[in-house]
Design a protein around this ligand. Sequence first.
Ligand code: ADP
Length: 398
Amino acid sequence: MNTPPSGTTECVIVINCGSSSLKFAVFPVTGESVLVKGLAERLGSPEAVLKIERDGETISIQIPSATHHDALQAAVGRMSSLNPRGVGHRMVHGGEEFTGSVVIDDNVMAAVERCSSLAPLHNPANLVGVRTARELFPELPQVAVFDTAFHQTLPRKAFLYAIPYSYYEELKVRRYGFHGTSHHFVSLETARLLGKQPEQTSLITMHLGNGGSACAIQNGHSVDSTMGLTPSEGLVMGTRSGDVDPALHQFLQDQTGMRLSEITAMLNSQSGLLGISGLSNDMRTLAEAARNGHERAALAIEVFCYRLAKSVCGLVAALDTIDAFVFTGGIGENSADVRARTAAHLKILGVDLDENRNACHGRNDGGWISSDRSRVPCLVVPTNEELMIARETLRLIY
Ligand code: ADP
């Protein structure tokens, strides 16, 4: 590595690129607090906008019709005192090709493209982020951090669907699991809070954001996930149904004449909390509505918590022992009500929350929200996927 120009801070840029958005965060090489972060949205449209947060201030810049390249260039233009040493990219699907993070070269790009059929909405967008960063920083190493990689330790009994084996052999149809970067980060933080080594820690982690998944982690390794071939399987989510009867598609097609693509879109974007409540996919909105007597908002929350607890009970089968149940993600970190309702269904496993600790999201108790009577500790551990990607990038480039 070259010596940086004086007066600049060596840093790592983390990029999470969607089809019309680009999120970024900048971390110092020698610390873990974010220096700058930002989001460019509605790229390619006349309303494209770039928001940058630095030193507690947010600025908003209109960038009409900007491409991903324009947006990243505009953001970098405002980072004059920073000296980037590497770029880390969030990649959604690494299939069976990637069991960990990698420095990106042309072979990696080709392999990610091969996995695109498994994540047609995400992988091509992630690759746009890589190409953009390569154009702007041709001299910098770029690192790919995959949502699926942490789950490549799933045993066959957990990842195979009970369909003819040839679909796995020929098309790689299997369960992959997602949110791996978050589950991994949270498992490391939890081990630290428990005063244990990660490889001696067995957990159930619940990442509950707009999407959601739970993960069984045995001795630091993912051994099962609620998500499958795609991020649609498993828990009830903001707009995704999670598990449904595999015969549902045929039934709806026969009854309504809907096309397969329409049914898939309905299950992905009009279902989950939004579908049941008929009101919103946002847990805050639903909690408020439920308090004001909106019955289906209350029902949506009830189904969400019950299905989560039921999945957690299933995941327990993957573990020999359990050190903690861990909540994370926007809902997991902030909704005492969702945690209390979920925990109430887990009493049979000896789970008992402390009302005050839970109401404070564990912030005064080292993450702990369970009572001293609880047979298994329960914790709230905030996730930080960007930081995990920055750590992985640094690990690979130095
Ligand atoms: P994403 O998956 O897009 O990163 P987040 O992890 O930010 O999403 O989670 C978003 C969800 O978290 C939304 O349903 C939002 O309502 C919920 N949430 C955030 N804060 C609270 C809160 N104080 N109480 C309940 N839910 C919350």
